[in-house]
Write a protein of this length. Structure first.
Length: 295
């Protein structure tokens, strides 16, 4: 049923916890929920001027890359961004183009950075989504704050989380694949590395020599190399745009590639998935795919 979806459906508002679990979480189907965060003060308050006033000189973690791709395959490496500590107002100067830089900056640290680095903003949203917490019987493992340039792109990957992605301003463009597309999506093992800035300001890629190789997807779904990865032609991507005031429910194990409008602000809630029969089916599909590749 999931593989036959032509588009991501919209809900007019959040359902009861039981209904949402039965209709969306259990069948592992995405949806865009409107009128779920319209009461958040952040939708009106989170202007650049407000963020400067509240966060201003505070030093925060910013991902910096030469090309906008953090945590992505580049030059046969899995390359992670430079994690730069800088005053938040200096970061805003770059996003607002008051200061020019050849590099791409993105606040995207995924370790509950909203609560850890930006606790001043939590009161403008919510520490969790009550109806989802009730549906799953748990609180989120992490609540993340995202703000960056339009050149910042999230490469195709999947997460072991039930993800509620809430856009505060601007818009996010998602390309999605259901877990059932796993046989058509290539994985390869890559040496992990990190961008480091040289003295002249250029980036160099430095291997993390003691780290194990990382399985990652080398394919760009926006411009797939079908000669190199012909099986991807059988995959069935869904595309959707999540606008300000909307919430995307992105189920666990769904592959996703993300773009954004310039200066887009978002908050997402990661709830740990249940390692149930769906997870076992995915693991079986993954193992069968790897076995067929060897044969």
């Amino acid at each position: 049923e999931v593989a036959w979806m032509d588009s991501v459906p919209y809900l007019d508002g959040p359902l009861s916890p039981l209904e949402f679990y039965r209709e969306w979480v259990s069948p592992n189907k995405p949806c865009i929920i409107q009128n779920a965060i319209c009461h958040w003060p952040a939708l009106k308050k989170w202007t650049s001027a407000y963020l400067r006033e509240v966060i201003g000189p505070k030093v925060v973690s910013v991902a910096v890359t030469p090309n906008g791709y953090a945590d992505a395959v580049f030059q046969d490496r899995f390359v992670m961004p430079e994690e730069r500590r800088m005053p938040f107002m200096d970061f805003l100067d770059i996003v607002e183009k008051k200061v020019t830089s050849p590099n791409v900056f993105y606040v995207q640290k995924q370790c509950s950075n909203l609560t850890e680095e930006f606790p001043e903003l939590v009161c403008d949203v919510q520490p969790d989504i009550p109806w989802m917490s009730e549906a799953l019987g748990k609180k989120p493992d992490a609540v993340n704050f995202w703000l960056g340039e339009s050149a910042a792109v999230t490469s195709l990957h999947k997460d072991h989380y039930e993800n509620l992605y809430c856009v505060i301003s601007g818009e996010k463009r998602f390309l999605l694949h259901p877990p059932s597309d796993r046989p058509f999506i290539p994985y390869e093992l890559y040496q992990p590395a990190t961008y480091h800035v040289s003295e002249d300001g250029s980036f160099e890629i430095v291997d993390e020599k003691s780290a194990d190789k990382v399985p990652w997807i080398p394919l760009d779904p926006l411009n797939p190399n079908l000669e190199q990865y012909p099986d991807y032609a059988q995959a069935k991507p869904l595309q959707c745009t999540v606008k300000a005031g909307e919430m995307l429910y992105l189920p666990s194990l769904w592959f996703h590639h993300v773009q954004q409008s310039h200066g887009c602000i978002a908050v997402n809630y990661w709830y740990d998935m249940e390692y149930d029969l769906k997870y076992s089916y995915y693991q079986l599909l993954d193992r069968l795919t790897k076995t067929m590749e060897v044969l």
